[in-house]
Design a protein around this ligand. Structure first.
Ligand code: HEC
Ligand code: HEC
Length: 419
């Protein structure tokens, strides 16, 4: 017995030493991993490229005007819906709903606008190729703002004349109700559509030009709404400076373990990469069809819509030359991989923006991880995901890591509320 005790003690010591060694070893990142992490770091976010399709994209006055439009509920059929009804600054510009509620109910979940100026495609299915073209869609959607472009130009003439003219030049005279009905536009409502079709082409173009400028002003505002640095970014900051104490305060051990899984075994970075954690491409991840909604074929329809869009980069309303529209001209427009493919949203602030997926199919991040661990057969097309074989602990660590991506919004505070 006397001899065995020191032996056991020795074995325990060796075991403890191995334990310490493996912990410190797993805490170190390889050079390759470091470069992966610096690619996810907010410090890698490049300066925003100019948007050649929008001559007002970086105009300060246009951004101020866009800020007002974003919060103004008069631009709707009921006088009650603005962009901010669904994109609430305090909820990271989302709304906490599975399906967005405007004057009616949409069939998709509200996406954040934070950092979307970097995205070549807007919406879950990418059916718009610029932020200004995107902004015009909800304004004319029967379930979102529910109004018409003729109604909106009357509102601009009445309430925003000076501001509009200082940016875009003289407003046409829309005061003749015979030529410019109170409500008219290429919308679902049959009366408004008939009124629109009865107008001359020149009068329709005059209305559309002002409507387009509204979109360009809103886009100028959205270009100022960027994500703020999260604890994850502080961690990478510290890692790049080899500041171990600062690394420890930035992330917990579980969060670091989750990060390791995110870029390793779980391979989330295949699609959620770059400083916004999205590759801005389209993927079928087998998310189930939402209850009571028809099958959603995502990008397969989205690409047809963007190519035919009245307001795309190649349209007469765009300020771009044809050579500026490479994304659109060389877009993948057909193929089995587009069926039920959706844009991976940014994962910055994701812990604040439940529920998840294109129709809010999952209530929590735990549900999201369960989906990735056992990917189901896709409702249409082919699910790109493979089973991950994560343990419950590992799934919890990834969820913990996602919580470390909350860094809020980086924008002047006055832009985060109604003007
Ligand atoms: C009724 C709620 C609602 C209103 C009002 C609304 N949105 Fe949205 N927004 C959504 C939904 C839902 C989506 C996703 C829709 C889809 O993919 O089909 C979305 C998507 C977007 C996106 C795309 C983000 C991305 O990553 O692709 C932007 C940008 C945006 N909205 C800006 C606006 C602006 C600007 C306005 C006002 C002119 C507005 N929204 C009004 C609900 C709304
Ligand atoms: C093959 C590409 C791909 C991979 C790999 C992938 N994702 Fe996604 N992710 C997507 C797409 C596409 C969506 C949107 C799908 C939809 O709405 O139908 C999404 C959505 C999400 C959402 C919901 C975001 C929101 O705002 O609704 C979260 C959270 C998420 N992914 C986390 C992860 C994590 C964690 C991993 C690794 C375990 C991962 N993703 C791996 C493509 C991918």
């Amino acid at each position: 017995m006397k001899r065995i005790l020191p032996l056991i003690g020795g074995i325990l010591l060796i075991a403890a030493a191995i334990g310490v060694w493996s912990v410190t070893r797993s805490a170190a990142w390889s050079e390759e991993e470091k470069s992966t992490l610096s690619g996810l770091w907010i410090g890698s976010l490049p300066a925003l490229q100019p948007d050649p399709s929008n001559a007002y994209a970086d105009d300060t006055q246009a951004a101020e005007f866009g800020h007002e439009l974003f919060f103004d509920t008069r631009f709707s059929s009921t006088g009650e819906v603005s962009c901010a009804t669904c994109h609430l600054p305090e909820l990271m510009f989302t709304d906490g709903e599975s399906l967005a509620q405007g004057v009616g109910t949409t069939d998709r979940k509200t996406m954040t606008i934070i950092g979307t100026a970097y995205s070549p495609w807007q919406f879950w299915d990418g059916r718009k190729d610029s932020q200004w073209a995107q902004a015009l869609a909800p304004l004319e959607s029967a379930v979102e703002h529910g109004g018409t472009r003729a109604q909106y130009v009357h509102l601009i003439s009445e309430f925003y004349r000076e501001e509009y003219e200082a940016i875009f030049g003289p407003l046409p005279d829309f005061s003749d109700p015979e030529r410019f009905p109170i409500s008219a536009g290429p919308v679902d409502d049959p009366a408004a559509r008939a009124a629109w079709e009865a107008m001359t082409q020149a009068d329709r173009d005059a209305v559309t030009q002002v409507f387009v400028n509204m979109g360009k002003a809103i886009a100028a505002y959205e270009r100022l709404i960027m994500p703020g640095p999260a604890r994850f970014d502080l961690y990478v900051d510290a890692l790049l400076k080899d500041d171990k104490p600062a690394m420890k305060t930035a992330l917990t051990e579980d969060e670091v373990a989750g990060l390791r899984l995110f870029i390793g075994k779980a391979n989330c970075i295949q699609c959620h990469n770059g400083p916004l954690f999205t590759n801005n491409d389209f993927h079928n991840t087998g998310v189930p069809t939402a209850q009571n909604l028809p099958l959603d074929d995502g990008r397969a329809s989205g690409v047809i819509l963007v190519l035919a869009d009245e307001f795309n980069c190649l349209s007469p309303w765009s300020d771009a030359g044809d050579s500026d529209c490479a994304e659109l001209r060389f877009v993948t427009s057909a193929g089995e991989q587009l069926a039920a493919a959706f844009k991976p949203p940014t994962l910055r602030n994701v812990a604040e923006t439940a529920p998840y997926m294109h129709a809010g199919q999952f209530a929590t991040l735990e549900d999201v991880l369960a989906h990735y661990n056992h990917p189901p057969v896709s409702p249409i097309g082919h699910n790109e995901l493979d089973p991950l074989g994560l343990t419950p602990r590992e799934m919890a660590q990834i969820v913990a890591f996602l919580g470390a991506l909350s860094g809020g919004v980086d924008a002047p505070p006055e832009l985060l509320q109604a003007p």
